[in-house]
Write a protein that binds this ligand. Structure first.
Ligand SMILES: Cc1cc2nc3c(=O)[nH]c(=O)nc-3n(C[C@H](O)[C@H](O)[C@H](O)COP(=O)(O)OP(=O)(O)OC[C@H]3O[C@@H](n4cnc5c(N)ncnc54)[C@H](O)[C@@H]3O)c2cc1C
Length: 364
């Protein structure tokens, strides 16, 4: 019997595994392919705040940025590369947002004139995660099984996965792939991304985010990414993804910022980001919509429904919908989830998957 089973070994699943391993729990992690085989393995894994004006998502990512940079630096200094990040405005709206951001943020900023750039920009201390090695390091100490989980059954006081593995708690961290659970109110969209590693003689010491993100030149190699393609999905698209389209787009965007010389593409990375319909992540218990509806709709069809009145699957949780900020959000969200499961600390309603249940019912 495991204390906890985690389905999906991307940055979300492995971050949750880390928290439970630290708490001395017996942890099993499943992935149908491998550790970091999904969106996480494709990520350039730049750690960045959201340089926008205001809003819940911006504040959440800010808090996660502060937490996660410290988390990676303290616990995994060899797989976290501290860099200076220069975020350059790509249009007038972006420039306005950056101006506002600079006068309202609590982050320490480099002097506006420290780099010779004509456009509005902001520069901070930041970092880049080695995505695959980080996911592997985070679940060290857990049992890892390469297996597609297709069945999840609750028996008395524990879950049984694929008729074999028993666990007291289960966390679904399956990204934008086909859902294990048939809950109609939980809908995630996958945004396909492509990034490349190139060899180049162009010197670059900083992470630059402009039309596309670029890493520092490390031993002649730079990471460039990523594209945002809402039309392609590896599980539903009829045709194979054509790498040449993404390569052209990435190099064209990168050369608008840097004069890239002696370029050779040495590796392509592709994967899905998983996003919710209000762009906020989904973290916590999952509503059993069938059983909740059987109890009537009067607690649901109110202006501000009390999520405590819904019926939830016992000891079943999800962590998903991090969009393009998976490596920023995951350590922060995983800590929140572990604090909830182990210590009963409440997770904010704005992150609860239950918010989509109430909306789904109200829409009829
Ligand atoms: C090209 C690209 C560039 C990106 N760049 C950045 C960046 O610079 N910074 C940043 O913070 N974020 C970035 N992101 C976003 C980030 O990668 C995602 O937010 C993050 O990977 C989401 O992690 P996840 O664990 O939720 O999903 P995933 O990494 O997709 O993991 C889900 C896993 O679940 C497994 N799985 C699904 N169903 C089952 C099942 N039934 N049984 C067993 N296993 C199952 C899949 O095989 C997969 O490995 C980027 C994403 C892409 C695609």
């Amino acid at each position: 019997m495991y204390d906890i089973a985690i389905v999906g070994a991307g940055i979300n699943g492995t971050s949750v595994a880390y928290e439970f391993i630290q708490a001395g729990k017996k942890v099993i992690v499943f992935d149908k392919d491998a550790i970091a085989a999904g969106g996480s393995g494709a990520a350039g894994a730049f750690i960045s705040p959201k340089f926008s004006k205001a809003g819940e998502l911006k504040e959440l990512i800010h808090d996660a940025f502060v937490y996660s940079t410290d988390f990676y630096e303290k616990n995994f200094p060899n797989i976290y590369n501290k860099t200076r990040l220069i975020h350059i405005a790509k249009d007038e709206k972006d420039a306005e947002d950056l101006k506002y951001y600079k006068t309202h943020t609590s982050l320490k900023l480099y002097d506006q004139n420290s780099v010779n750039i004509d456009q509005e920009y902001v520069s901070i201390d930041s970092g880049i995660v080695d995505a695959k090695n980080m996911c592997e390091a985070l679940c060290e100490g857990a049992k890892f099984k390469q297996e597609n989980i297709s069945s999840l059954v609750y028996e008395d006081s524990y879950w049984v996965l694929n008729d074999i593995y028993a666990a007291k708690e289960v966390v679904l961290a399956t990204g934008a792939y086909k859902s294990l659970l048939n809950e109609p109110c939980i809908k995630l969209r996958g945004v396909w991304g492509h990034r490349i590693d190139i060899k180049t003689s162009t010197k670059n010491e900083n992470s630059i985010h402009h039309f596309v993100s670029m890493s520092p030149n490390n031993g002649g190699v730079m990471a460039i990414g990523a594209t945002h393609n809402v039309h392609y999905h590896p599980e539903t698209s009829k045709e194979e993804y054509d790498l040449s389209y993404g390569r052209v787009e990435l190099l064209e965007k990168a050369t608008r910022t840097l004069d890239l010389t002696d370029v050779e593409i040495i590796k392509d990375y592709v994967g899905l980001r998983s996003g919710s319909f209000d762009y906020l992540p989904l973290l916590g218990r999952i509503v059993n919509s069938h059983e909740t509806l059987e109890c009537g709709e009067k607690n649901i069809r109110v202006k501000k429904p009390d999520f405590e009145k819904f019926i939830y699957y016992p000891n079943l949780y999800m962590i998903n919908g991090n969009g393009g900020y998976g490596f920023v959000l995951a350590p922060y969200l995983a800590k929140k989830l572990a604090d909830y499961i182990l210590k009963g600390k409440k997770i904010e309603d704005m992150l609860s998957p239950a918010r989509f249940f109430a909306r789904w019912v109200k829409r009829g």
